[in-house]
Design a protein around this ligand. Structure first.
Ligand code: PMT
Length: 422
């Protein structure tokens, strides 16, 4: 769930291309997140997908004609433009070359372009077209003009196109559009202007080219934290070991494999990081040597000698203690199987953390791989809070709310105007 979208009004414009069918999934995703979705379709879009499909999904009116009546809050209105003014975000997906050109030139010859021209809030376009149309200088110039006005773009991606050709021009996937929409709508939120770095996933320490030492982390907890930070307006960086989940959109991704690589990526980002959250399960040991060739079976037992990996949070803690540049807030996780509280408190102290989130990884509904977590927070200064079982998204949102409080951003009004300078 994305609480950032609950009660928000999304104006979803659909222009004419085969990719229009994907916007059904997008409309459904927004509706399920409790957003109010008003759909405007161009006449050619309505040839690809019937308006009644969107009506059924959103349970709201769908407009295709300039002089059509809308049902809104029990009233019959002709003012689609007024509805657009009430929108928190205007998305056009798919955005064809023609629609992009009309927007860039301020044309208002159909309902979609009139509404877009009179709208001043955040706008997100997901282009879809043949590669030659996308790379044409006219389209590139139009896209740049819109970018310069503050319009956001997602995609297009490489892939199979309607013509059967493979190239750049495929509309972004609905889930990715949804994720970037959350980011755009969250701009100016309480973490606006801050950089939050999150580690996620389980590191892999190579034994040979085909084997590694790893753990059960999927990256679900870390990805949820990244989404929550992004939705509060933070510039979010996710340093992640291999993930078993779709990486969050609207977040800078830094993929790594080993503890050493994760250490390097975090240290490189550290001077620009305001908040660091370590949700990754980082290997404490690695094989002293990794074979260049696949190890062969032999009758004898094999012994793998291990050495310590660098401890990322401990190094950050030491640098903070020495007064070096470092994050204002450092949060660690403790994945424990026994002596839960004692081990969590030891990590809080030894790694010089502001807060440690303890999860009992022996519980079937908590810790590795599941979608839920039951955590206890231990804050520096002695505060201790046991939270009930929640989804990982809810745990992440609650942790980020704690970050907002600790950074004194509770009454944050936002530094950015919601209106684009057009
Ligand atoms: O990814 P999921 O499947 O959703 O599972 C989530 C999770 C169980 C992995 C997550 O909630 C969690 O508990 N992450 C921390 C797991 C862990 O390895 O804890 P630890 O007790 O070994 O380490 C304590 C803290 O130090 C952690 O914040 C860890 O990221 C950090 N650490 C550990 C070792 C190391 N070399 N460097 C570190 O920075």
């Amino acid at each position: 769930m994305a609480p950032i979208l609950s009660g928000k009004r999304i104006m979803l414009g659909i222009s004419g291309g085969i990719a229009a069918y994907k916007s059904v999934t997008l409309a459904s995703r927004f509706t399920q997140a409790n957003a109010l979705v008003d759909v405007i379709m161009t006449h050619s879009a309505a040839k690809f997908v019937a308006p009644v499909t969107f009506q059924s999904i959103t349970q709201r009116s769908v407009a295709t004609d300039t002089f059509e009546f809308w049902h809104d809050a029990g009233r019959l209105r002709i003012g689609h433009v007024a509805l657009a003014h009430a929108a928190d975000l205007f998305i056009i997906a798919p955005a064809t070359a023609h629609t992009i050109a009309r927007l860039a030139h301020g044309l208002s010859d159909d309902l979609l372009s009139i509404t877009a021209l009179s709208y001043k809030g955040p706008m997100l376009l997901a282009p879809a077209m043949e590669t030659n149309m996308w790379t044409h200088p006219a389209t590139m110039r139009n896209v740049q003009a819109l970018r310069d006005w503050g319009v956001d773009f997602i995609g297009p991606e490489e892939g199979r196109l309607a013509s059967g050709e493979v190239g750049e021009g495929r509309v972004a996937e609905p889930e990715d559009i949804f994720e970037v929409a959350c980011k755009v709508i969250g701009r100016g939120g309480p973490l606006d202007g801050l950089r939050v770095l999150i580690t996620a996933g389980g590191t892999r320490e190579p034994i040979d080219p085909v084997r590694f030492m790893g753990n059960h982390s999927t990256g679900k907890m870390g990805a949820a934290l990244a989404r929550a930070a992004r939705d509060l307006g933070a510039e979010t960086v996710l340093v992640h070991a291999p993930l078993s989940v779709h990486p969050p959109g609207g977040v800078s991704l830094m993929p790594v494999h080993t503890a050493q690589q994760m250490f390097g990526a975090v240290m490189e980002q550290l001077p620009r990081t305001d908040v660091l959250i370590g949700a990754a399960a980082v290997a404490d040991y690695r094989p002293t040597r990794s074979s260049n060739q696949k190890l062969k079976k032999s009758p004898e037992n094999q012994v793998i000698t291990l050495e310590r990996t660098p401890d990322i949070l401990q190094e950050v803690g030491t640098r903070r203690e020495e007064g070096g540049p470092g994050p204002r807030l450092v949060i660690g996780f403790a994945a424990e199987t026994n002596d839960l509280e004692a081990n969590a408190l030891d990590k809080l102290k030894r790694k010089n953390l502001d807060l440690v989130v303890l999860n009992d990884v022996t519980a079937p509904d908590s810790g590795f791989a599941v979608d839920t977590n039951r955590v206890t927070l231990f804050e520096r200064g002695g505060n201790r809070e046991a939270w009930p079982l929640m989804s990982k998204d809810e745990v992440a949102q609650a942790i980020l709310q704690r970050v907002v409080v600790r950074l004194g951003r509770l009454d944050w009004k936002g530094s950015q105007s919601r209106e684009r300078d057009r």
